[in-house]
Design a protein around this ligand. Structure first.
Ligand code: CTP
Ligand code: MG
Length: 230
């Protein structure tokens, strides 16, 4: 089943501290952004990519797309102040499709397998997001003191992609904008409308490149993958 994907790429990468958009940092000599784009470029079911970008980075990104043979990008609208605004600017420019995925451009290790489970999830249920089970003991803390130990059985760490029927995400984003609600992911916007959002068990490798340590981890994940191919 076909889908289009929205990749928010208009952040500043403050926590990475590289003095530039972290998506331009290299992993095995290729920008993080290109690693992510390649996955969707090579996925036959992906029929279009929408990239939210900073206006001053648009030319450079278009140059990268050309250099690396990324041909599926249908639009590069201006990102906004917050990630949610960046995603929304893409959704508003898209034509109606059946299924849309939203995926952080900063998660280059997403696999075809997870994408296809999410798409299946949307076909069955309308909304499905990637996540992994919490590994550590989880506690709620207030002012430095434990309030309670939360049952880990029910706790998931949420990632992207987050996949939706297009009309459902469109409505959720529209309502959020009208009432001025800012969520930390797309699922939150859909959840608050009362729609059930299903979880797809993803991979601990699907990290978001956020701080310097993630560069080391990222290189290790790529090394592991190239060894698996031998
Ligand atoms: N993003 C975006 N528009 C924003 C903020 C973030 O498109 N206004 C994108 C980032 O480019 C990234 C994804 O959303 O691909 C996830 O955000 P995050 O990891 O927080 O990236 P940054 O905001 O760039 O990093 P930081 O929060 O450390 O500044
Ligand atoms: Mg951010």
């Amino acid at each position: 089943m076909n889908y289009e994907v929205v990749l928010p790429a208009a952040g500043s990468g403050k926590r990475m501290g590289a003095g530039k958009n972290k998506l331009f940092l290299l992993l095995q000599n290729k920008p993080i952004l290109i690693h992510t784009l390649n996955v969707f470029q090579e996925d036959d079911n992906c029929t279009g990519i929408w990239l939210a970008v900073k206006p001053e980075e648009r030319d450079f990104i278009q140059q990268l797309l050309q250099e690396h043979g990324i041909t599926k990008v249908k639009g590069l609208p201006n990102g906004g102040e917050e990630r949610q605004h960046s995603v929304h600017s893409c959704i508003k420019e898209m034509e109606q499709v059946d299924i849309v995925l939203v995926h952080d451009a900063a998660r280059p290790f997403i696999t075809h397998e997870i994408i296809s489970s999410l798409v299946k999830g949307v076909l069955d249920k309308g909304a499905a997001i990637a996540g992994v089970r919490a590994k550590d003991t989880m506690k709620k803390v207030h002012n430095g003191v434990i309030v309670e130990t939360v049952d880990r059985e029910n706790l998931w760490m949420i990632q992207t992609p987050q996949a939706f029927r297009f009309d459902l995400l469109y409505e959720a984003e529209d309502v959020a904008e009208k009432v001025g609600f800012l969520g930390t992911d797309e699922a939150m916007l859909v959840e608050r409308l009362g729609y059930p959002v299903h979880i797809v068990e993803a991979s601990y490798d699907n990290i978001k490149m956020t701080t310097q340590e993630d560069i080391v981890l990222g290189e290790a994940i790529l090394r592991k993958r190239s060894l698996e191919k031998i």
